[in-house]
Write a protein that binds this ligand. Structure first.
Ligand code: ZN
Length: 90
């Protein structure tokens, strides 16, 4: 059902662009679930890793195999979409 590279801005992590399914939500400082970030990026109100945008794009490249895409595709995808996400927007 889910087209991996089809972005719905409402339902993706605003840090890494992964789809935000109910079991992938990060946690806020008060223990509630985040509406914006996944659990791999955000825990207890803080980003788990303190990354620059460039580092985040490269780390998505490293997860490409898991997602079933090539490293080039993953990095291309991340370079197009990450700069528009809430965490990275200036
Ligand atoms: Zn994330």
């Amino acid at each position: 059902m889910i087209e991996e590279l089809n972005i719905n801005e409402e339902n993706i992590c605003q840090s890494c662009a992964m789809p935000l399914t109910n079991d992938a939500l990060g946690t806020n400082a008060d223990g509630t679930l985040s509406n914006y970030y996944c659990k791999y990026c955000f825990e207890n109100g803080n980003f788990i890793e303190n990354l620059t945008l460039e580092e985040a794009i490269l780390s998505i490249g490293n997860m490409a195999e898991e997602a079933g895409v090539t490293r080039e595709e993953a990095i291309g995808f991340a370079s197009r979409h990450l700069p528009d996400l809430m965490r990275w927007k200036k």
